[in-house]
Design a protein around this ligand. Structure first.
Ligand code: PFF
Length: 452
């Protein structure tokens, strides 16, 4: 093993870890993606499948992934090298670390473009663009914006630059400081917007759509999407949770922290749904409008409600910050590996990984305009990337993590690392991670490829 282990940072407290991991989990996935995929997949039944996936697959894998990272105290690639050696397992397990680093960069390449939209909307809100606009005018603002590759490119570049600056400063100085006030701020804002949603005429229709299941609307591919979303929203299966776990001190209960993080994440997603769908029905928008959904619904509210200017600015600022605390986690596995194993300085590692990701992001920028007609299996470049990462790479990475933790790693090692309060809770976790999670992911895959 050629890992030159350099001194590894540690979170300043358990609270700092929980905040940072929640920051990584809560992001565009909750506020932008959850509402639009729920809209595309028919509402309530999809939400139930998603929550079941979070509870039965997501949380056990999150515990497993954090545990692997903390045991090694290194980046995902070195973690998998070290643990493979420790368990005397097949050498090929090491590729799992690689899968994660690559998935993280692929996700960030499009994540940054969408976060760029949110950043542009801060300015639009600030300059009063939504003032007194109806649904048609708001849709036109969005359509004009995404039709311009130059605009998307500028905002994508700015967002990538901001991410790299924070990452270059390291976890304690950059990340911890940022999440400490951003996460609570986001929560307060969402509560205020929920109160506003209650005053709209489409409130109950929105809630019905979100919470009243109609299982006839569920297809194999929507189950895959729900499962992929569970991985995406919890940042699982790609080494990001592993790398955060590696900065975690040994006295923190991983299981408790994971349940807390997944709970907070799910609540934020549901809050976003409770805000968006009443607006969608009040203003006769389409739930299945796709990635533009929040950008076409929320500004109508900001344009008409009292104090809408302030709420609009605050909302998009917080959305950008929520995206930042996730984008940091997406690139950290690559940066940590370049620093710890390749001996690069943090700055150089950031520039290298950042440039590659920025370049890949151009594909997404163009897929909304110049290349919108260029498709593969009927999907644009952005849709292909999203499908490949969220629906395939993350679940595959997650299954491998589950199998490694449940079958390959020595039992006494996981028992010691997790230090659960009772033998039953350890057994329960082990059952979920060794049998339930891999079987569920596998069955969904079989169904989607048409075997089941
Ligand atoms: N969980 C983030 C979100 O919901 O926006 C996205 C994400 C972040 C995925 C970090 C994966 C990751 F490693």
């Amino acid at each position: 093993m050629d890992t030159k282990k350099i001194q590894h940072a540690e979170w300043s407290s358990r609270f700092a870890f929980i905040l940072a991991a929640t920051g990584s989990a809560v992001g565009l996935g909750n506020i932008w993606k959850f509402p639009y995929i729920t809209g595309e997949n028919g509402g309530g039944a999809f939400v139930i499948v998603y929550i079941v996936c979070v509870a039965l697959i997501g949380i056990p894998i999150m515990i497993a992934e954090t545990m692997l990272g903390r045991r090694s105290g290194q980046n995902p690639i070195s973690t998998m090298e070290m643990l493979t050696e420790e368990a005397a397992a097949d050498e090929r397990w090491r590729y799992l670390g690689w899968l994660g680093v690559i998935a993280g960069m692929l996700i960030l390449s499009y994540y940054s473009v969408i976060a760029g939209w949110a950043s542009a909307y801060v300015l639009k809100a600030f300059t009063g663009s939504f003032f007194d606009s109806d649904a048609t005018a708001i849709k036109a603002i969005f359509d004009d914006f995404v039709a311009s590759p130059v605009h998307l490119l500028v905002w994508h570049s700015l967002f990538m630059a901001a991410t790299m600056v924070i990452v270059a400063r390291g976890i304690n100085k950059g990340l911890e400081k940022a999440v400490r006030f951003l996460m609570p701020g986001l929560f307060v804002l969402l509560v205020l917007l929920m109160a506003y949603a209650m005053t709209t005429s489409g409130y109950f229709q929105g809630l019905n759509f979100l919470f009243k299941p109609d299982f006839s609307k569920l297809t194999g591919s929507s189950v895959l999407t729900a499962m992929g979303q569970a991985f995406f929203t919890l940042s699982l299966g790609m080494g990001s949770v592993m790398v955060y776990g590696s900065y975690l001190s040994k006295d923190v209960s991983i299981a408790k922290a994971s349940i807390l993080i997944a709970g907070a994440d799910t609540i934020v997603a549901l809050m976003a749904g409770i805000i968006i769908f009443p607006l969608v029905f009040t203003y006769n928008l389409h739930p299945a409008s796709g990635p533009g959904l929040i950008f076409q619904s929320l500004p109508i509210a900001f344009g008409t409600m009292t104090g809408g200017w302030l709420f609009g600015v605050l909302f998009f600022v917080t959305l950008v910050f929520a995206a930042l605390t996730s984008s940091i986690a997406l690139i950290e596995p690559a940066v940590a590996w370049l620093v710890e194993s390749k001996g690069l300085s943090r700055e150089k590692a950031c520039i290298g990984a950042g440039l590659v990701t920025w370049f890949l992001g151009l594909g997404t920028v163009f897929s909304f305009n110049t290349w919108s007609g260029v498709t593969l299996f009927g999907k644009t470049f952005f849709e292909v990337l999203d499908y490949l990462t969220a629906n395939l790479m993350l679940p595959v990475g997650g299954i491998c993590i589950a199998v490694f933790a449940g079958w390959i790693m020595k039992r006494e090692h996981s028992e010691q690392e997790l230090n659960m309060p009772s033998a039953q809770s350890y057994q329960g976790w082990r059952f979920l991670v060794a049998y339930v999670a891999p079987a569920a992911v596998f069955l969904v895959f079989l169904h989607v490829v048409g075997v089941l």
